[in-house]
Design a protein around this ligand. Structure first.
Ligand SMILES: [Zn+2]
Ligand SMILES: [Zn+2]
Length: 268
């Protein structure tokens, strides 16, 4: 029996003797099945060819990503907090070097995930870190492919995770969330946004989509809802899901003007 991993979205499935017939996450209109068809791997095979690269992004913030490029290519973040390390978003691979490095730091206090595209191998990561709780938004639970006792589906508008806050914004998925860490950036705060907002290539703006690969925009109500959800929180930096996509300063203002620019664009 094998826990197969979809090579397109990087999601790990529960044990089966044969690869699953299809990946529901890739068949959804927010993702895609490649022209060559669905392909599968597993952690053992992936760890032969790939590793997890750590980058120090700022004081107390490491980004983690799979190298060479795999699946959606997102970065996860290991965030040092006043009450332990939080893993924000997740990867398809956990390698031995990362396990040892996390153990040397004293383990994780929580895993928090923005939305189903980054569930990846969350069950494997939790199991490797003493069964640490995984916080995902309850409305997106139907997309979980490999369940675990460590899952903590949450509801409502915000969830306290130590000194950090998960904020439900919706839009990209019903439960699309971001993570606010007020102690980072010397107390001016940082926001980790997953795909709820996309930090654009110029690292000055964000944008919003139901599907990024298939270019399906969100409507005005959804985009206003996202900016309203984060408005009560102060943040200087915005960490996007992909390498290099970080807004270093004036984060609150970047979200507000990006929302205005987006609304002007779709209103003609
Ligand atoms: Zn998939
Ligand atoms: Zn996504």
């Amino acid at each position: 029996m094998t826990c197969f991993i979809c090579m397109t979205c990087g999601t790990q499935f529960s044990e089966s003797p044969e690869p699953p017939p299809a990946c529901p996450i890739c068949k959804d209109d927010r993702q895609f099945v490649p022209q060559a068809g669905q392909e599968w791997t597993d952690i053992a095979a992936l760890s032969q060819t790939h590793s997890v690269i750590w980058n120090e992004e700022a004081q107390g913030v490491h980004s983690l990503q799979i190298s060479p490029y795999f699946g959606i290519g997102q970065r996860a973040f290991l965030i040092e907090g006043p009450d332990g390390y939080i893993l924000w978003d997740c990867l398809s691979l956990i390698d031995e070097a990362s396990k040892a490095r996390i153990a040397a730091l004293g383990g994780l206090s929580a895993i928090a995930i923005s939305h189903p595209h980054f569930y990846s191998s969350m069950t494997e990561w939790s199991a490797a870190c003493d069964g640490v709780p995984i916080h995902i938004y309850a409305d997106d639970g139907e997309w979980v492919r490999r369940s675990t006792f460590a899952l903590r589906p949450w509801t409502g508008e915000a969830l306290q995770v130590g000194k950090a806050t998960m904020i439900r914004c919706g839009g990209h998925f019903a439960g699309s969330s971001v993570l606010h860490c007020p102690w980072l950036e010397d107390g001016r705060g940082a926001l980790f946004v997953g795909d709820t907002m996309q930090v654009t290539m110029d690292r000055k703006w964000v944008s919003f989509m139901r599907s990024y690969p298939n270019l399906i925009p969100l409507n005005a109500r959804a985009v206003k809802g996202i900016s309203q959800a984060v408005r009560p929180y102060r943040f200087e930096a915005i960490y996007g899901a992909f390498p290099g996509r970080t807004i270093q300063s004036d984060g609150n203002n970047a979200v507000e003007r990006s929302m205005e620019r987006y609304l002007t664009a779709i209103d003609g």
